[in-house]
Design a protein. Structure first.
Length: 120
């Protein structure tokens, strides 16, 4: 979670990490208005991406106190493991990926800005 704004489109991955107040486990609850998930990339964009909600874990860790690549996750349902992995398995955990997305928005003519905000 950001504690400081990143209003400059030329900010770096280091700036992003410095502006991050804490990291926490999170679970995205996916939803879509598309019947039976018969969905293309165009539908996904038009549907504002199929994200309904997210659940944020209660343990907050400063980003300089954890190596997100080594954090392990196990998701189970009624005691049966349905998914597991590590931070290294997820590209989006890397600050450089976030910066790539912001840069792409700037190139496309959008003013990229990340604003610090508490979760709602």
């Amino acid at each position: 979670m950001l504690t400081d704004d990143l209003p400059d489109p030329d900010c770096t991955a280091t700036d992003l990490v410095r502006a991050t107040g804490f990291t926490a486990a999170a679970l995205e609850i996916v939803d879509s208005r598309i019947t039976d998930w018969d969905i293309s990339i165009v539908d996904t964009v038009a549907d504002n991406a199929p994200s309904g909600l997210f659940v944020l874990g209660g343990t907050r860790v400063p980003p300089d106190r954890v190596d997100l690549r080594t954090v392990r996750m196990t998701l189970s349902r009624h005691g049966t493991v349905v998914s597991e992995g590590s931070g290294a398995d997820c590209l989006v955990l890397q600050p450089h990926f976030v910066m790539l997305v912001l840069s792409s928005l700037v190139v496309a003519g959008f003013r990229a800005m990340l604003v610090a905000s508490p979760p709602v």
